[in-house]
Ligand binder design. Structure first.
Ligand SMILES: Cc1cc2nc3c(=O)[nH]c(=O)nc-3n(C[C@H](O)[C@H](O)[C@H](O)COP(=O)(O)O)c2cc1C
Ligand code: SF4
Length: 480
């Protein structure tokens, strides 16, 4: 308890002009798939955040929340004012359960279309666009010019019965990808009007979402510029847009900076606006640490209030999904780096992403700024977090899965009961649930499953505890 009291991790930090977090303990965004099908806060969402709030972390970031008013399954949304009342209840719940100790931010997300992997019969029968160039490819492959004039139905029937070599020969890479993985848009698909328009559309969408977050009472917003989503793709070296928003680094950072500026103008200087982005994409040809250092400096110059550094989680190297399922960006090597497990290389999953945050922080400090940097990834003990801060590698230390495994762990440590912390095993049962968009829970919670407990609430499959077992400090521990 004394060690915690004098530690860096449990010491306050200023974020932006007006917010002070009581501690540098941090819970990064985690989607629990508990919203209604049309994006509203549910009692299950409230319970998820209430439980984290009971551990009283310095900062809690609400899950990736969609900034558009479009159907996106049980993902929270903030794309219209009708979402504000539910979000306000969420804020009030966290204030109450953390006894006002936890600062609450919300992560703002945009994404482009990803469809499920189709059944080949449906793909050829319906989804595939039959173009003249496809007809020409078939004509060439079969050496039969009549295919250049073939009817759509004949092309569809031919492809439905074709062997793999034929398909690989006549389909484009993108068509083949749509067949094997499901159709997925790129932010450089300039032939699609809604993609072309992203630079006009996104800044006001982010700004309006931030305005709603402020109205709902959040202490700040976190712009989601990480992982597999729209803004991370703008920052990516793979971004080849030809309209001044792709190619060179200056161009790739343009839209993320424009969105930041529009958000800032909308919510004012006295509101926290942070960014989560990638220290390394970990995909062939993608952005690396050198890019991330440069982007970090630009974001800091532009007045962002903190930078939360993540790693990987891209679609480019994701595994092939089963038919009927969508490609999941945390299945390849980049996904591994995003949520590392104990099934690892010799380095192990622990603190694996810290060097990225450390390099970004150093560069920001060398440029004379002190924008706080948050690190995450495989952090699971007090000693680990404290030594990261002692070495000046980050300003805040975040833990997602460890906090899922034991939402009370910060409080237990603060109260000198670190021996009671339930340690995450880093085998990603929770991530498997996320992948299938099932209510996220931790396998360790079910070790204390007593089906006769009347207070027990189960997930919709009836097999799992929906919340971590409750914990109260033992009688000999001081209240806090
Ligand atoms: C179930 C689950 C959902 C997640 N959802 C998000 C999210 O909405 N936004 C985000 O930036 N990261 C998300 N992440 C990634 C975490 O914030 C974190 O970066 C990652 O799990 C590595 O940290 P850890 O080792 O402490 O878990 C999620 C992770 C998990 C396990
Ligand atoms: S399910 Fe596994 S990896 Fe996820 S929080 Fe629990 S112990 Fe950790």
């Amino acid at each position: 308890m004394e060690e915690a009291a004098r530690s860096r991790w449990f010491s306050p930090i200023r974020l932006g002009r007006t917010v002070t977090a009581a501690e540098r303990t941090w819970v990064p965004a985690m989607v629990p798939w508990r919203a209604t099908a049309d994006g509203f806060v549910t009692p299950e969402v409230l319970e998820w955040y209430a439980r984290f709030a009971e551990g009283q972390p310095g900062v809690l970031v609400v899950e990736a929340t969609g900034i558009r008013d479009v159907a996106s399954g049980p993902l929270l949304r903030i794309g219209d004012d009708r979402f504000i009342p539910g979000l306000r209840t969420l804020v009030e719940t966290v204030r109450e359960r953390s006894r006002g100790r936890t600062r609450l931010f919300i992560q703002l997300l945009d994404f482009v279309a990803v469809r499920r992997r189709p059944e080949p019969r449906r793909f050829f029968g319906r989804y595939l666009e039959i173009t003249d160039s496809l007809r020409a490819q078939i004509a060439l492959w079969l050496d039969e010019p009549r295919w250049r004039e073939a009817k759509d139905d004949d092309v569809r029937a031919y492809l439905s019965a074709a062997d793999r070599v034929t398909l690989e020969t006549v389909l484009t890479d993108r068509e083949l990808e749509a067949l094997d993985y499901g159709y997925r848009e790129r932010i450089w698909d300039m032939h699609l009007p809604h993609i072309r328009e992203l630079p006009h559309v996104l800044p006001p969408l982010f700004a309006e979402a931030a305005r709603r977050a402020r109205e709902a009472g959040f202490d700040g917003v976190e712009l989601h510029y990480a992982h597999a989503y729209t803004m991370a793709s703008f920052l990516s070296r793979l971004n080849v847009r030809s309209d001044g928003y792709g190619g060179a680094r200056e161009n790739r950072v343009r839209l993320p900076l424009e969105a930041l500026a529009t958000v800032r103008a909308r919510v004012g200087d006295d509101y926290v606006v942070g960014i989560r982005y990638l220290g390394d994409e970990v995909v062939a040809g993608g952005s690396d640490l050198e890019d991330a250092i440069w982007f970090g400096a630009r974001f800091a110059e532009a007045g962002v209030d903190y930078l939360s550094v993540s790693k990987g989680g891209r679609f480019e190297d994701a595994k092939q999904p089963k038919v009927g399922e969508a490609v999941y960006p945390y299945t390849g090597a980049s996904g591994y780096e995003c949520m590392p497990t104990v099934l690892s290389d010799e380095r192990g999953p622990f603190g694996r992403n810290v060097p990225l945050a450390a390099s970004i922080r150093r560069a920001i400090h060398d440029a004379g700024r002190s924008t706080p940097v948050v690190t995450s990834g495989g952090i699971t003990t007090f000693e680990q977090a404290e030594s990261i801060l002692a070495r000046g590698e980050a300003d805040c230390v975040a833990a997602a899965r460890q906090t899922l495994a034991d939402p009370d762990w910060f409080r237990k440590i603060r109260l000198g009961r670190g021996d009671l912390v339930r340690r995450c095993e880093f085998t990603n049962y929770c991530e498997g649930l996320d992948q299938r968009h099932k209510q996220v829970t931790c396998k360790l919670w079910d070790r204390q499953l007593d089906p006769s407990d009347p207070a027990l609430r189960l997930a919709t499959d009836g097999k799992r505890r929906l919340s971590a077992p409750s914990w109260s400090p033992p009688d000999d521990a001081p209240a806090g």
